[in-house]
Design a protein around this ligand. Structure first.
Ligand code: SF4
Length: 233
């Protein structure tokens, strides 16, 4: 059930730092995103964070988590993953989206980590981007969650959508959003933008029918681009 917004909003953009601070408090009672859970449970194991982030593309969090845990039970490190056949990896990670392509990328990435990086995950953006299937989103999240970098912003579909709804950026593509956020967000918030907006996006500020009626930002959010709100029970 939804209701259309009757009047286009003319509210100004939300202030970045105070909004992230409010969301930081609000998300404490919400379930963590899958990659954050894997980061916590593996105590920041960079290989497991990298692999689960690769699996997460276009895939629901519950599926990412279950598939990652199945895979890590058999292949917890690059060497053991490199030894698996692609078809075995496919079976372990199914039903993540694009599981056939991801299986190929995972095996090749594991092989490269063993061959070129002594079995470790590299800790620079340039080196991470040389790995098959690794783009800026995966590289940034690996650096933030596993390497504790404070110098990166990870933009996925939630961050891209919500940053635009808030009026922080006016962008069409996630990579544009990442560049714009480095300009508008105070540096101390860079590493936590993903955690705060992804958690909010999964539970409240959903892609199609955002739950504005139960949102702590409802009175001030400009809701740019929102045409329908989800009905709150
Ligand atoms: S749920 Fe609605 S009010 Fe809350 S952040 Fe999203 S668009 Fe703004």
């Amino acid at each position: 059930m939804v209701r259309a917004l009757s009047v286009p909003t003319l509210r100004p953009p939300l202030p970045v730092a105070p909004t992230l601070k409010r969301l930081g408090v609000a998300i404490r009672s919400l379930e963590l995103p899958a990659i954050e859970k894997i980061g916590e449970e593996s105590m920041g194991d960079a290989f497991q964070v990298l692999v689960s982030t690769m699996l997460s593309a276009q895939t629901k969090d519950a599926v990412t988590l279950a598939s990652s845990l199945r895979l890590f039970a058999v292949a917890p490190d690059p060497a053991s993953l490199a030894r698996l056949t692609t078809s075995r990896i496919e079976k372990l990670i199914y039903p993540v989206s694009f599981y056939r392509n991801k299986a190929v990328h995972l095996k090749e990435t594991a092989r490269i980590l063993v061959r070129d990086f002594a079995g470790a995950v590299p800790t620079t953006m340039d080196a991470l981007l040389t790995l098959p299937g690794v783009g800026r989103k995966t590289a940034n999240l690996t650096l933030i969650v596993a390497c504790r970098s404070r110098d990166n912003i990870c933009v996925d579909t939630h961050v891209h959508r919500i940053a635009n709804r808030f009026g922080w950026v006016r962008t069409r593509m996630p990579e544009q959003t990442e560049r714009a956020l480095y300009e508008v967000a105070p540096r101390r918030w860079w590493a936590t933008i993903n955690l705060h907006l992804v958690t909010w996006g999964q539970h409240v500020c959903k892609p199609v029918f955002p739950q504005c009626g139960r949102c702590i930002l409802n009175d001030t959010c400009p809701k740019i681009g929102v045409v329908r709100e989800g009905r709150v029970a």
